[in-house]
Design a protein around this ligand. Structure first.
Ligand SMILES: *Cc1c(COP(=O)(O)O)cnc(C)c1O
Length: 432
């Protein structure tokens, strides 16, 4: 009935999130509010780590791709779960370090890192910089030399696999702003150059083939392509890099029709592929990294809103407007992302209307969804949008000077604030 297993209906007919009455949460913290389920986040973390133990002798590490949801508390949780973290900006790196996250377990991504970002990363001795291009390589080697550092690096490679086509394709992904192309020989040229650089330590190679992927084949194909690259580099330079980072992108259930891959199955099948290819190529088994973001936090989040105006346009559609919108969840406005929703105070009732859920911004495209099956809505109802734990809070904006909503963590029937609601003073803090 619900997309996430932590959602139920209690005796009052109210939605519960990990045992917490959603209507009470809305009352206590106000709306809109992001609610995150700590146990579900931890369980998702463990699924990945345990699969490494079961299928790859534990010779790997899960990095949480923190752009999906970044705040101090999530770095503490992920650290307690023994994972590393990916960051893609100075802001995420700063947040991780402020939360006490171990610098040596941080991997720093980005296609256009600034000098300030690189200096900050070097001065804090973070674990690995995932270099995107030749320009960055040169700048990093120079900076590292000046600062007396020798950071670990890996390269972002475009493996030529596009996981987003129905039948995924093995070539033709050269047109991406991220990384170095394999087909053109660019990747090999840059890797060779890096392996000779005095102030950098070439740890490995990285790829990330897409997001919200439901199919295992492209992941296996990418692993094979990357291992062949490692073998070629070994052949041409004598250097065999130790780490293979296979990125993230595991799909989650946004709607009842979505059928995500099982992460255990992913690890099992990818391990088989790696073992076979490594044997064929005469390589050592690399230390494998994976970078799930959405699949760690996405299913654990629910956003609660209060319904205001309900506007029925006869023969056309019914607009149900809520007190948030594209400012707290821009994903529908950006790419028509689909969500499952319910009225938290009527969760036990049948969904007998089909509506368009609109936000409150001055923008016609400010919708949370169209053709949404919902219980009959009226002003004052609490609308719950499910699976909003990833790329919602982290993508929030202040359009129309809308304060960013708070994040509440629920666990064992208790709730606590982990990010406060922005205030009107916060909005004008930097205005001169
Ligand atoms: C976005 C991103 C991820 C995480 O992707 P998800 O779809 O959230 O799992 C991992 N690695 C890199 C390099 C990314 O850019």
């Amino acid at each position: 009935m619900f997309v996430s297993k932590n959602l139920e209906v209690n005796e009052k007919g109210h939605l519960t999130i990990a045992g917490n009455d959603a209507v009470s949460l809305a009352r206590e913290y106000g709306t809109p509010v992001y609610v995150m389920d700590e146990e579900l986040i931890r369980e998702n973390c463990r699924k990945f780590s345990e699969s490494f133990a079961s299928y790859y002798d534990g010779n790997g590490m899960t990095l949480y791709a923190s752009k999906a949801f970044s705040c101090k508390e999530i770095y503490r949780i992920v650290d307690q779960e023994g994972m590393g973290a990916d960051v893609v900006s100075l802001g995420e790196l700063y947040t991780a370090l402020s939360a006490g996250f171990p610098a040596e377990k941080i991997y720093f991504h980005g296609n256009n890192k600034s000098r300030e970002e690189l200096e900050y990363a070097l001065s804090h001795d973070i674990g690995c910089i995932v270099v995107d291009n030749l320009e960055e390589l040169g700048q990093l080697d120079l900076l590292a030399g000046q600062m007396g550092k020798r950071p670990g690096i890996m390269f972002r490679i475009k493996p030529g696999i596009d996981a987003h086509t129905h039948d995924f394709i093995r070539t033709g992904q050269i047109d991406s702003k991220f990384g170095l192309a394999l087909e053109t020989g660019e990747a090999m040229t840059v890797l060779k150059r890096a392996s000779a650089m005095e102030h950098l330590y070439l740890k490995g190679v990285h790829c990330h083939i897409g997001s919200q992927i439901f199919d295992l084949e492209p992941f296996k194909a990418a692993a094979e392509v990357m291992l062949r690259l490692i073998a070629q580099l070994k052949e041409e330079t004598g250097i065999e890099v130790e780490q293979l980072n296979l990125g993230g992108g595991f799909g989650i259930k946004y709607t009842l029709e979505d059928q995500p891959v099982s992460y255990e199955k992913y690890m099992k099948e990818v391990s088989v592929t790696v073992n076979e290819v490594v044997r064929e190529l005469g390589l050592n088994r690399p230390f494998i990294l994976i970078e799930p973001g959405r699949s760690i936090v996405g299913p654990a989040g629910t956003t609660l809103y209060t319904v205001g105006a309900v506007k029925e346009i006869p023969g056309i559609r019914t607009y149900v407007s809520v007190d948030g919108g594209m400012t707290d969840n821009p994903r529908y406005a950006l790419y028509q992302a689909k969500y499952d929703m319910a009225l938290a105070n009527k969760a036990g009732e049948e969904k007998n209307t089909v509506v368009t859920v609109a936000g409150k911004c001055c923008e016609s495209g400010d919708l949370l969804g169209e053709s949404i099956p919902l219980q009959r809505a009226e002003a004052g109802d609490v609308l719950a949008v499910f699976a909003t734990g990833a790329y919602n809070y982290s993508m929030a904006s202040r359009y129309n000077r809308t304060p960013v909503p708070p994040v509440v963590m629920v666990k064992d029937g208790e709730s606590r604030l982990i990010v406060k609601r922005e205030t009107l003073e916060d909005l004008t803090r930097n205005d001169l």
